[in-house]
Design a protein around this ligand. Structure first.
Ligand code: TGC
Ligand code: FAD
Length: 397
């Protein structure tokens, strides 16, 4: 009989091409050898080493599905495998990469002018320039359509808009060189995308304070984008796209990545729990892995991880054939984030008191996975997106 592999229970690796397997191996080696040794300090100190994106850029791991501009032009499944490798280490590291690869590079690639693509993509691909994506506002999270950030013609600078408003909970904002800010054009009331370059903003028109003392995602930097009559050249506005379709199209790529990434985090929880349960002995010197209740926890988590990966592969393949509906992405984003969080939380129990020590890593994953369930559309919001697609009736308001 074929041997069962608990690390790949449903044989997903049979669905990957040689190239995808090679990319996965490169990403896994980098993440385990270079990222993992940094994560505990970063998490303890709420710090993010921006060199990480530069290193990933050198390996061709940023904006990996984009063709040209120094990007690798690989399949959506290959990009999913990269994301899974990064989040196996930490969701915060994956966040920093998602924002760079999917939200800003993906946005520029899909909606930018040729001039914008030539100017920003090669630098972002190398990780020499860092970017962020500003959609959420203090008063508008799940409902970004009600945003208050506004763009109007600049009163004194010809050929410039003046942007005013505040974005909050923005990954990478404190260290970003370029910010993709979504704002309503005063003239039409329509949402448009603007590339705000930090180096071009006069003093006092742009602030990006960090939001500190987070109890999750501490190895990622999060902040605000505060704009006060900030001049932005007309050439930095996405030329055609208007309305929420712009930001939501970027989110499709990032949400797809999270569906893969959270499975990496869950797989790390499974591997660590299995190892711990085999080593830890209680009652007549038995490893706790011998006890049925512990085995059930591992069986449940391993099943959810295996199903989650297969679903992500399926959506990735459809995505590359142009057959992936946004609701499919909502389904895997919601399901994989929810199952990763529930299982990680249950596996945490296997560590007993040691779960409280960050050196066992499981508590960090649990805290991070709460955030993944919340950003890029909280799970209940994705349930409503699915409910609307199933019934034809929208329940948001
Ligand atoms: P609704 O009427 O549904 O749609 C408005 C327009 O948008 C289009 N659209 C999409 N287009 C492409 N892909 C999608 N997934 C799309 N979803 C909607 C839609 O066709 C329509 O187009 P048009 O041309 O007819 O105008 O809009 P609504 O205002 O009713 O939206 C409701 C809802 C709940 C679906 C939406 O607001 C939502 O998804 N809310 C969640 C907000 C969210 O996801 N925010 C994410 C912020 S970014 C972030 O969290 C990054 S974290 C990064 C990290 O660190 O990893
Ligand atoms: P709210 O919208 O206030 O929702 C609160 C609760 O109410 C949720 O449970 C929600 O499901 C529920 N709810 C809301 N409306 C309904 C409804 N109609 N029916 C039923 N339930 C409802 N945003 C960016 O733009 N860029 C980023 O880079 C970014 N990075 C982030 C990083 C971190 C660490 C965090 C925590 C957030 C980040 N976000 C980012 C913001 C994130 O996308 C929002 O937090 C998320 O969309 C939810 O919005 P909110 O926090 O305002 O919650």
């Amino acid at each position: 009989p074929v041997a069962f592999d608990w690390k790949d229970p449903l044989g997903a690796s049979n669905l990957f091409t040689e190239e995808e397997l090679a990319i996965s191996e490169t990403a896994e080696s980098y993440c385990q050898e270079r990222m993992l040794p940094r994560v505990l300090d970063a998490y303890r100190n709420e710090d993010y080493d921006r060199k990480i994106l530069e290193e990933m850029g050198e390996l061709g791991l940023l904006g990996a599905t984009i063709e040209g501009y120094g990007c690798a032009g690989v399949s959506s499944v290959a990009s999913g495998l990269i994301t899974r490798a990064v989040e196996r280490v930490d969701s915060g590291y994956r966040s920093g990469m998602s924002v760079q690869s999917s939200l800003i590079m993906g946005g520029i690639d899909e909606f930018g002018s040729q001039e914008q693509k030539d100017k920003f993509l090669p630098q972002l691909a190398k990780g020499k320039m860092l970017g962020c994506f500003g959609l959420t506002e203090p008063n508008h999270g799940s409902d970004p359509g009600s945003m208050e950030t506004v763009a109007k013609p600049h009163p004194t600078k010809k050929g410039y808009f003046s942007l005013s408003g505040a974005k909050t909970w923005i990954t990478n904002s404190p260290i970003s060189d370029v910010m993709l800010v979504w704002a309503k054009l005063q003239e039409t009331g329509k949402i448009r995308g603007f590339l705000v370059e930090r180096s071009e903003c006069p003093p006092g028109t742009l602030e990006t304070p960090a939001l500190k003392h987070k109890n999750g995602l501490r190895a990622s930097l999060t902040g605000m984008i505060q704009l006060d009559e900030c001049p932005v050249p007309e050439a930095n506005m996405f030329p055609e796209i208007e309305g929420l379709r712009g930001p939501f199209s970027c989110l499709n790529g990032a949400r797809y990545g999270i569906a893969w990434g959270t499975m990496g985090a869950l797989e790390d929880c499974i591997a660590r729990t299995r190892q711990y349960a085999l080593e830890r002995k209680q009652f007549k010197n038995n490893p706790i892995a011998k006890y049925q209740l512990v085995q059930k926890k591992l069986a449940d988590a391993t099943t959810d991880a295996a199903f989650g990966i297969l679903a992500a592969v399926q959506v990735g393949r459809l995505k590359d054939e142009g057959k992936a509906a946004p609701e499919m992405i909502s389904m895997i984003k919601r399901q994989n984030c929810d199952r990763a969080l529930v299982n990680a939380r249950i596996l945490q129990e296997v560590f007993g008191g040691n779960a409280v020590s960050d050196e066992y890593h499981i508590g960090r994953h649990v805290a991070n996975l709460f955030v993944t369930q919340t950003y890029e559309g909280q799970s209940d919001i994705h349930a409503l997106i699915l409910g609307r697609a199933i019934t034809g009736l929208q329940a948001f308001c």
